[in-house]
Ligand binder design. Structure first.
Ligand code: GCV
Length: 844
């Protein structure tokens, strides 16, 4: 029997009493008085109501920062999970330490060697004592072990005989933030930056520490702080001093900071007359700048680079390659063990759309494949998961199979730029998992992407996953359920073999409730959300049919076409899809390994969900189940929107079973999404109905018999306006008010009964217009008037801001007058699209 270790040689629980006092005091603070905390996400450690059955005295063998964080986190977690019961002071304990410390302190205890981030958790029992050891390959491993222990414990697992042994699948597990110096965030949907404001690093970095805690709890070890666009201003001494403060608050959590580097910095801020990466003066400048940075931040992680892309300067200006640029930075960083994440997102956004061979999807492979083997050992090529840009569905980038002699990382987007911008529930783990598991078949052998980026497939020393998070000051991602994506990203980067369902359930248990029926409902909603979104925004590999030159949010089918950006779907009167085959198209398919290329080259073997990404087919082309492409487009949009409506009902089942504040926060978001999914559905189906001229065989597309169009109403003050793009309004038209108030009236001619009345209006920027609905001059109830007070993209009537208001369970009979009155405010002209009668349901 092993003699339990009673006390560390370093006596590290000297401060235990004080720590317990502080923790109890913290636990008693009212939630509202706290700043944004990580506990608003998953590490809530709510009391399980069951005995914990684990020792709650926590000792550490070492004094390092990370080991102390591990101890603090464990004490905090144990205290909270036990419902505030005082931590034990008796002989039973949890002992934290590294392998090395174990060897020194307990030479008789056999401990296997571990990699730095790896951990081992074992339980031992003496005659009268119990001990749980959390041993890490380094203090970072100890921290990850502590979080893993709490993760399982908080989900109700019996950890009294804990036995866990884990190591991360890949070394690079980073998040990227696209924060600007002024505090705005590119593609951020959660308010302003937690790091920067008004040209400076914020004074209060409390939320940054909380964010680091959140990241560390799922194993994320790096955070690139600033936008890849226009990054040079971050290199001034004042900024570096501020960045050093950020690094200091993230350091206790093992999260190292990185910065985006603007390749033109030597010229922009260095006063040189060139930024040619092969110029000796430029190289010297970078070496000095990097030394400078390490002077401020000794554990600086490295640079992320966007160059020759979307207007960012790059080595191409001097006839140099990405390898030349990356290696110049890498040489400067190598001395300090820093890395360069050089993004493969390099493409020409002035492509000629007349040229059938022009294809943006080809760019990354065309540019980087010839450079394979030419990058320095501390360069990692960071490639977006698909060849375009985070669309609702794309094939896996062929580059993952195309640069075996180069370190690779996969870039995913946690912030939902093209995926509903956190206003739509879209759990992305199922999509990421498909990509991670995709077999590139390099050399005809099994080569799943997860093994490429972990370094395993091609024996690369570096590699990993980078998630573009863009968190902000409003609840991290702006919407509670969106946080499942940040959690899932970390979990998959740690272990890409986890399933999305498993991760969703874990997240729900820790964040919302351990009640198994709650977990089942939320997991099912999360799992259905990406397929639903894909169905109503861009099925069959069409990509997200959004306003690609504007907001990237609402529908705009034509926005992708006839411009240089290359996100073309090539819809015309006869058919749709982009011929990317080698035989007749752009040749992109040829960038895949032969076994994969063979599947995509042939229209018959291409999976339906990717068909239009690879082939241009007539609308009457039959999918594998015999349905035509056009009918699938109609059906998919209707099914997706119906699924979005069901999310509301699913959530309503949770009333009284989840935190009331969370319930009340999420419900209107889902109701909004259900309405916006109808906007998407109608826009895309109307568009293809008009373009192809082939009716929906079930008669739904373009026919809205229960709708009363605003342009057909008796209008007072309101003027009929064209909506651009036309498909974003029912019938292509809306009404807009330039008076103090305007009204639209209809005489109801349908059957008598009770209905939900949906009023579709455009919630425009620059004011808060007011609407009022009445039946025969009477308001139908408390939901009869409402303000248009959301903040949605695009200043004119558009699918971005087309919004549905529901008045529930309203009685109507033939001859009734339905009236909507709009009162504009500022630039919000109270624009109206239609009123529709829907089956009645009780108000939520
Ligand atoms: C940071 C897309 C986004 C841009 C982003 C770019 C990138 O084009 O719309 O906002 O720029 O990707 O990944 O660099």
């Amino acid at each position: 029997m092993t003699e339990p270790v009673r006390q560390s040689r370093h006596g590290s629980f000297v401060h235990l009493r004080l720590a317990v006092f502080v923790l109890v005091a913290l636990a008693m603070l009212p939630a509202v008085s706290l700043p944004q905390t990580a506990a608003q996400a998953w590490p809530t450690y709510r009391a399980t109501g069951k005995p914990l059955r684990v020792p709650t005295r926590v000792d550490t063998l070492g004094q390092s920062l990370l080991e102390q964080t591990a101890a603090i986190e464990l004490r905090r977690g144990l205290l909270a999970l036990s419902g505030g019961a005082p931590l034990e002071t008796g002989p039973n304990n949890m002992l934290l330490g590294t392998v090395e410390e174990m060897h020194t302190d307990h030479p008789k205890t056999a401990v296997q060697s571990l990699e730095p981030d790896e951990f081992l958790i074992t339980a031992r029992r003496g005659d009268l004592t119990r001990e749980i050891d959390i041993i890490g390959g380094s203090d970072r491993g100890v921290l990850y072990g502590a979080y893993a222990f709490l993760r399982d414990l908080s989900q109700g697992a019996d950890m009294s005989n804990a036995s866990l042994h884990e190591r991360p699948a890949m070394p690079i597990r980073w998040v990227d933030e696209w924060d600007n110096l002024d505090g705005s965030i590119e593609r951020g949907y959660a308010g302003r930056s937690i790091f920067f404001d008004n040209g400076h690093v914020r004074d209060d970095l409390g939320p940054v520490a909380e964010y680091a805690r959140l990241l560390a709890s799922v194993g994320i070890n790096g955070c690139n702080l600033n936008n890849v666009n226009n990054a040079s201003d971050f290199f001034t001494p004042e900024m570096l001093r501020g960045i050093a403060r950020i690094a200091e608050v993230m350091r206790p959590y093992g999260v190292r900071v990185g910065l985006s580097a603007d390749i033109a910095s030597p010229q922009k801020i260095g006063g040189l007359n060139t930024f040619d990466p092969l110029d000796p003066g430029v190289q010297k400048w970078w070496a000095a700048k990097v030394n400078d940075i390490y002077g401020f931040i000794p554990d600086f992680a490295g640079f992320t680079v966007k160059a020759d892309s979307e207007g960012q300067p790059g080595p191409a200006s001097f006839g140099r390659t990405p390898a030349d640029a990356a290696n110049t930075l890498a040489a400067a960083l190598a001395l300090h063990h820093g890395v360069v994440l050089y993004r493969a997102f390099v493409y020409n956004h002035h492509l000629d759309w007349h040229d059938p061979k022009a294809d943006r999807a080809r760019a990354a492979y065309d540019i980087f494949h010839p450079l394979d083997g030419k990058f320095a050992p501390n360069v990692i090529i960071q490639t977006k998961e698909g060849p375009i840009d985070f669309q609702a569905r794309e094939p896996v980038s062929p580059l993952f199979g195309g640069i075996p002699q180069t370190n690779q990382a996969m870039e995913l987007q946690i912030t939902q730029e093209y995926m509903g911008q956190q206003r739509h529930l879209v759990y992305l783990a199922p999509m990421w998992k498909e990509v991670l598991d995709f077999d590139m078949r390099v050399g005809g052998a099994s080569t799943p992407v997860k093994q490429v980026i972990s370094g395993q497939a091609f024996h690369r020393p570096l590699g990993g996953m980078v998630g573009v998070a863009c968190v902000g000051r409003e609840a991290w991602l702006g919407s509670p359920l969106a946080l499942a994506n940040l959690y899932a990203f970390g979990r998959l980067a740690w272990n890409p073999n986890l399933t999305p369902e498993q991760i969703a359930a874990e997240w729900t248990r820790q964040t919302i409730s351990n009640d198994s029926s709650v977990v089942r409902i939320i997991t099912a909603m999360l799992m259905q959300s990406w397929p639903a979104y894909e169905s109503y925004t861009g099925p069959l590999g069409l990509q997200t049919l959004t306003d690609i030159t504007g907001s990237h949010y609402g529908p705009n089918v034509e926005a992708s076409e006839r411009n240089g950006w290359g996100q073309w779907h090539k819809a015309d009167q006869q058919g749709v899809g982009f011929d990317r085959t080698v035989a007749t198209g752009s040749g992109y398919v040829g960038q895949y390994q032969p076994e994969v290329a063979k599947i995509y080259e042939n229209v018959a073997t291409t999976p339906d969900n990717m068909l239009l990404f690879f082939h241009h087919v007539p609308y009457t082309y039959k999918l594998h189940d015999g349905k035509t492409v056009i009918q699938y487009l109609y059906d998919s949009h209707y099914q997706g929107a119906a699924q979005a409506a069901q999310f509301v009902g699913e959530w309503e089942r949770l009333k009284g079973r989840v935190d009331p504040a969370l319930y009340a926060d999420v419900l209107p978001r889902l109701i909004y999404q259900a309405g916006h999914a109808v906007v998407w559905r109608d826009a895309v189906t109307q568009y293809f109905l008009k373009l192809g001229g082939i009716p929906d065989e079930t008669g739904r597309a373009g026919h809205y018999p229960r709708r009363l169009e605003a342009e057909d109403a008796r209008l007072t003050g309101y003027k009929i306006v064209d909506v651009n793009p036309w498909e974003d309004a029912s019938g292509g038209k809306a009404v807009s008010c330039d008076e103090a108030t305007c009204s639209a009236e209809w005489t109801y001619k349908g059957a008598a009964g009770r209905f939900n009345l949906a009023v579709q209006y455009f919630d425009l920027q620059g004011g808060v217009a007011k609407f009022a609905l009445s039946i025969n001059g009477q308001s139908p109830g408390p939901d009869g008037s409402w303000p248009a007070d959301d903040h949605l993209p695009t200043p004119h009537p558009h699918g971005d801001n087309s919004t549905r208001h529901l008045a529930y369970n309203v009685a109507l009979k033939p001859g009734d007058t339905i009236r909507v009155e709009g009162a504009p405010d500022g630039k919000d002209r109270a624009s109206l699209d239609y009123v529709e009668t829907l089956p009645a349901t009780p108000a939520p």
